[in-house]
Design a protein around this ligand. Structure first.
Ligand SMILES: *[C@@H]1O[C@H](CO)[C@@H](O)[C@H](O)[C@H]1NC(C)=O
Ligand SMILES: *[C@@H]1O[C@H](CO)[C@@H](O)[C@H](O)[C@H]1NC(C)=O
Ligand SMILES: *[C@@H]1O[C@H](CO)[C@@H](O)[C@H](O)[C@H]1NC(C)=O
Ligand SMILES: *[C@@H]1O[C@H](CO)[C@@H](O)[C@H](O)[C@H]1NC(C)=O
Ligand SMILES: *[C@@H]1O[C@H](CO)[C@@H](O)[C@H](O)[C@H]1NC(C)=O
Ligand SMILES: *[C@@H]1O[C@H](CO)[C@@H](O)[C@H](O)[C@H]1NC(C)=O
Ligand SMILES: *[C@@H]1O[C@H](CO)[C@@H](O)[C@H](O)[C@H]1NC(C)=O
Ligand SMILES: *[C@@H]1O[C@H](CO)[C@@H](O)[C@H](O)[C@H]1NC(C)=O
Length: 579
């Protein structure tokens, strides 16, 4: 295991050490591009030709990459700490359950990626949105730690495309009043020019560097004083405002369907009328337009990297904090659900030794990205990581795919607490959007299982129902089978897996089946489905359930906990509860 993590770095390092005498340039640079609310499922990537040219054509596209909580701030905290939201307890965008103040009070400001990178001798730079509630009142209370150079967007102006406020290093905030007609001070353009400034600084300084670039596109505009709702459609750069006339949200089977679908409040949504659909199509076009400035940023970035001769020693990672839906399941524009549109997000990696123009279906999550970055620069994983370094070099991916004892993970754990946020003119906030879910994917299966805080359950077989429209746990599906078994047999395994994952830490997040089967003979759903475990899984009473819907991670309302109530399979005995 350790060797697997360290060996690729050793080879890389030896390669550079032999070819270059200056030790300081041997470790690779990392550039992390993070968009905000960018979908994978609504085809936004198809409208970014420059991203295709520099990243998809020249790198590896992880098509089964998941965010583990579909909301900006918690997702970002997970990205920069390598920990699941239930282990950071930053679960919302604002206090008391989230936002920058919660990140600080959880002790994370001194224990996250840039701090570790600096300790390892890296220069670290960041431009754009870091966390919600990093604001014109909290920016220096305390300062964000870990950055050699930083220029953060501040609330309440973070999502103002033409009136951003930036805060550089330890300097006071500066307002960037813009102009929608001339395009002056368009947020993404300002982010780009600041990012290129830090790139210049990094090159001049000569140390290896990490550069985070986090434009707000294609997030909604928020808090525009004349707007009729808090969240309105994003604003493009002036030069892009007439593009994509007539383009519509892809009309997939789940788009504004005749029949309701999903669970809880989603199932109660009315079908959208034509006015609403036309507005949502406009909303969609504004997102695509807003992404054009990001596409140009990518092009300019690669031109600079090429001019500096950095491409042979720089990894470029592109992802989004969470996904997005518009109209699927009749939902108004937004995120926060566990459906595929919101949790399966773009991830593209380009760099030395990374296969070009290929896609991989390895199941990866945001929890894995901090471990991946440490691995790339040759640092050991931290013991409290809830994820694992993603195989990114060609040979590692091949090895991970091969079925072996140390099989690559097949699960992505998804969790959420709080409010479902509907954006745009017809959006509305919906209470009790608290749920736990797990995606399980392999060559044999493609499943989504969720338990909501009102104890509704969902189970979709995405190999037959890719749009998650027919839950196999509805009474109408009583005769259904799944993987040739009764649905309840598969559900019993998924529930036990979710029981472990909902409070897992470290290794139990990475190899959850091992918690249930400490002998190590079960590491996949297929193995857990062996009939010798039927009694263990199907007769026990300890199930994922809630006693109440809460807005945050209040453990007392979250029913049985694996560590105190969980089950462990013991050979010989049919099943036994931990006491
Ligand atoms: C990328 O691969 C596809 C097929 O998988 C091929 O059609 C295309 O030409 C390739 N593009 C480049 C730039 O190599
Ligand atoms: C722009 O931001 C500044 C604060 O930085 C604020 O005073 C001003 O009211 C904002 N303008 C608009 C039109 O929102
Ligand atoms: C953009 O914002 C900067 C920073 O406040 C300001 O100096 C500059 O004049 C603005 N540009 C325009 C065209 O308004
Ligand atoms: C934006 O620029 C246009 C064209 O120069 C100008 O007429 C308009 O007054 C400006 N608007 C603001 C709010 O500065
Ligand atoms: C908001 O409306 C007021 C009054 O109509 C107008 O003076 C102001 O320019 C508007 N602001 C924006 C940002 O459109
Ligand atoms: C369409 O639906 C929206 C949102 O429910 C509603 O506000 C609006 O009045 C409806 N319009 C028509 C023409 O029915
Ligand atoms: C939300 O959950 C709370 C606590 O579980 C419950 O009292 C309330 O009725 C629920 N509200 C809705 C709209 O379902
Ligand atoms: C998470 O944070 C909230 C708000 O501070 C707190 O009430 C709750 O007990 C915390 N949960 C855990 C499991 O520590």
């Amino acid at each position: 295991m350790l060797l697997k993590r360290v060996l690729p770095f050793l080879i890389l390092w030896l390669g550079f050490a032999l070819s270059q005498s200056d030790q300081s340039t041997t470790r690779p640079n990392i550039i992390f591009l993070l968009t905000d609310d960018q979908d994978l499922h609504l085809e936004s990537l198809n409208y970014m030709p420059l991203l295709k040219k520099h990243l998809l054509n020249e790198g590896t596209f992880y098509t089964k990459h998941y965010c583990t909580i579909a909301l900006c701030c918690p997702a970002r905290v997970t990205l920069w700490t390598g920990k699941a939201a239930h282990n950071t307890n930053v679960t919302d965008v604002n206090p008391p359950y989230g936002g920058y103040p919660k990140f600080v009070s959880q002790g994370l400001n001194s224990d996250y990626l840039p701090v570790w990178l600096q300790a390892a001798g890296y220069n670290t730079y960041y431009v754009g949105k870091l966390f919600n509630a990093l604001s014109t009142t909290t920016w220096n209370a305390p300062f964000v730690a870990g950055w050699t150079g930083s220029d953060f967007l501040l609330d309440p102006y973070t999502y103002r495309y033409y009136n951003a406020t930036f805060q550089r290093n330890h300097d006071p905030p500066v307002s960037y009043g813009g102009n929608y007609s001339t395009g002056a001070n368009y947020s993404t353009d300002v982010v780009a020019s600041k990012a290129f400034g830090f790139l210049d600084d990094g090159v001049k300084d000569g140390k290896p560097f990490f550069l985070g670039i986090a434009p707000i596109a294609p997030h909604s505009e928020v808090g525009e004083p004349n707007a009729t709702s808090e969240f309105t459609e994003p604003l493009p750069a002036a030069r892009h405002k007439y593009l994509f006339q007539g383009v519509q949200v892809p009309r997939s089977q789940s788009f504004n369907p005749d029949m309701p679908s999903g669970a809880s409040w989603v199932r109660a949504l009315p079908r959208q009328n034509d006015t609403n659909v036309a507005y949502n199509d406009h909303f969609y076009r504004q997102r695509l337009r807003a992404l054009q400035a990001v596409d140009e940023l990518v092009d300019d970035l690669f031109a600079k990297l090429e001019a500096y001769g950095l491409l042979d020693n720089t990894y470029i990672i592109y992802t989004a904090d969470n996904g997005y839906h518009i109209g699927q399941h009749r939902l108004q524009p937004g995120k926060t659900t566990g459906y595929e549109e919101d949790v399966n997000v773009p991830l593209v990696i380009r760099g030395p030794g990374v296969a070009k123009n290929v896609t991989t279906e390895l199941v990866t999550t945001h929890t894995d990205l901090s471990p991946t970055i440490l691995d790339l620069i040759g640092l050991s994983p931290r013991p409290d990581f809830d994820g694992l370094a993603i195989p990114i070099h060609v040979t590692e991916i091949q090895r991970a795919k091969r079925s072996s004892k140390q099989k690559w993970q097949e699960h992505a754990n998804v969790e959420f607490w709080g409010v479902g946020i509907g954006e745009g003119t017809y959006g509305d906030n919906t209470l009790n959007n608290t749920y736990k879910a797990v995606r399980v994917l392999s060559e044999e299966y493609n499943l989504y299982y969720a338990v909501w805080c009102n104890n509704e359950h969902e189970l979709y077989d995405l190999s037959n129902d890719q749009f998650q429209l027919n839950s196999l746990l509805l009474p109408s599906q009583a005769q259904a089978t799944l993987l040739d078994y009764p649905v309840s047999k598969v559900a019993s395994r998924l529930d036990a897996l979710l029981l472990v994952l909902k409070s897992c830490k470290g290794d139990s997040c990475i190899e959850p089946w091992l918690s249930l089967h400490p002998q190590g003979d079960v590491s996949t759903l297929t193995q857990a489905l062996n009939s010798k475990y039927d009694e263990f899984y199907e007769r026990q009473e300890v199930k994922v359930k809630y006693t109440k819907c809460e807005l945050g991670y209040l453990i007392g309302s979250e029913g049985p906990q694996f560590l105190t109530d969980g089950l462990i399979y013991r050979d010989g005995a049919s099943w036994s509860a931990w006491t």
